[in-house]
Ligand binder design. Structure first.
Ligand SMILES: [Ca+2]
Ligand SMILES: [Ca+2]
Length: 241
């Protein structure tokens, strides 16, 4: 049997490569889509905000990710200035676990259309935090050192998922928003929403098995390409053509 006749390089190699690339793209797409943080415009202070328009009150990007392997959420954000610049600054992540509502609409001024939450994580520049679960009437104080502040303007904190019990959604379906504010008590203290006028779903940290699958797919693609290169230079193939 002429194996070369069954496997003409010019016809099948591009198809096979496209197939493998499609497989890789299919595996990579959710990883890429879920790993990119929310970006937020610079200087988009709310018109209702009456505090100082310092960079540390302006969100540039933010993310909330859920790590299934460690069963923990990570909250992160980059501000447009050194955290600690503005007295009384707080960074509040609102989470919707299933019973979120637009809790700022009833305030004066009415703000926050599309921003729904049923609990908050309040981060202070002194690296402490408070979790307030409005549905279960549970307040959790987290000690200094809980929050990391890196390069002056980057916040990062990982918190056990047990602190965020579902109120209807699967853990992976929670949504969130981030807003800095100067003090508590009035909507005029809120400087920015990220994202604007909506929540966004938590991103997913891929489990190790997914990463291993990606690695295997990548190795398979490289091996196939190497074999194809050898075949194209094979005197046997040219002899059969
Ligand atoms: Ca902003
Ligand atoms: Ca914004």
């Amino acid at each position: 049997m002429n194996l070369c006749a069954l496997e003409p390089a010019a016809a099948t190699t591009p198809v096979s490569r496209r197939l493998l690339l499609s497989l890789m793209a299919g595996l990579l797409l959710p990883l890429q889509a879920l790993a990119i943080p929310v970006t937020d415009p610079t200087g988009d202070f709310l018109a209702t905000y009456t505090g100082p328009q310092n960079g540390d009150m302006d969100v540039l990007n933010a993310d909330v990710s859920y790590n299934q392997a460690s069963d923990a959420f990570r909250f992160s954000a980059t501000l447009d200035g050194a955290i600690g610049t503005t007295d009384g600054a707080l960074y509040v992540y609102g989470l919707d676990r299933g019973q979120g509502t637009e809790r700022f609409l009833d305030g004066d001024p009415s703000i926050g259309t599309g921003v729904v939450f049923d609990m908050v994580v309040v981060i202070r520049p002194d690296t402490t935090a408070i979790i307030n679960d409005f549905i279960n009437n549970q307040v959790t104080q987290l000690s200094a050192g809980t929050v990391q502040i890196l390069n002056d303007s980057f916040i990062s904190v990982a918190l056990d998922a047990d602190l965020f019990p579902s109120t209807g959604f699967d853990t992976s379906d929670y949504t969130w928003n981030l807003w800095p504010r100067q003090g508590l008590g009035n909507n005029v203290q809120i400087s920015d929403f990220a994202p604007d006028a909506s929540n966004v779903g938590v991103s997913q940290v891929p489990v190790p098995s997914t990463l291993a699958l990606l690695g295997i797919a990548g190795l398979g693609l490289l091996r196939r390409r190497r074999n194809t290169a050898v075949d194209l230079g094979s005197p046997r193939r040219f002899a059969a053509a």
